[in-house]
Write a protein that binds this ligand. Sequence first.
Ligand code: XIL
Length: 370
Amino acid sequence: MSIRKFVAVLAFAGVAAHAQTPALKDAFKGFFRVGAALNPAQFEERDTIGAGIVRSQFNTISPENILKWEVVHPRADAYSFDASDKYVAFGEKYKMFIIGHTLVWHSQVPAWVFKNDKGETIDREGLLKRLEDHIKTVVGRYKGRINEWDVVNEALNEDGTLRQSPWLKIIGDDFLVKAFQFAHEADPKAELYYNDYSVENTPKREGAVRLIKKLQEAGVKVAAIGLQGHDKMEWPTLEQQDATIQAFKALGIKVNITELDIDVLPQATQQRTADVSLSIEAQAKLNPYVNGLPEDMQKALAKRYADLFTVFCKYKDTVDRITFWGVRDSDSWLNGWPIRGRTSYPLLFDKDGKPKPAFQAVVDTAKKKK
Ligand code: XIL
């Protein structure tokens, strides 16, 4: 057989294998929605492989970066909705449940937000006004079209206390209540979330429970907690995952996995964090799979994904969305964080868009439960 013919047969086999498997969104019907975070190349359909996977596999989408403050509201007098309009149009075209991420965060927010006209730290009233204007303008623009907003992202420290962000320091701890109120006023039907990482660890989980209770006591309607789910092979344990879902279920809210990926690379730090500001120096031994993931690791990743999905399926009445943070391995932020330039394998589709063994393992967890 000529090399060209051989390659064609291989390509056909790949496509056929993909077509046979049920799509994630169909496999988990009756359980939860399944989605992915998109970059512009995907929602503009320039990345034909990526966009194809999104259309066939997912029924909910999140914006990886384009609805963050620095993109959508780069200057005090200027909003920029070019990218977000396209993102929402893509979601509507393919009847996706559309997520907005995120309104209040300490990262990817320009410095001007916290300064007054004189360049000094802005006062509480000034910042509240800015927050209200931002939330009402952005949420209002997509009223009835963006179905869910991550209103506040990462307000907690690892010990469960409130993070000393400029929002907390300048406004005080009612910045959370205010943000939820502004979002609710802008779109009363949108589902509003508190979103964070490492909530599976007990001190942070207890802090998040206190935070949600405070919001509820203030009369704010919190639809769900978003567990980011930037997971490792050994963390969180299945017990931690289970206990975390239960803790928030007890508060009467949904528990959704909003940014799922599983890092198989050697850990650069023992910290269980997804802090985007973390930056660690590159070392060859921390980037061992440049030419592909070994079979035993592929299998271990598949098992790890299946174990986690088994827990998610157990709570199908509480979990109503699982979103992966990216589509193909090559898109993942974990190729650049916390070390730049690594080759990472955290998702269900490889760089060529082929489903990995983890894909089938995940789909099988739904079959077992039905
Ligand atoms: C990440 C994006 O994936 C990167 O492209 C960007 O450079 C930094 O932010 N928690 C979050 C996400 O809530 O918004 C972050 O996304 C990943 C961690």
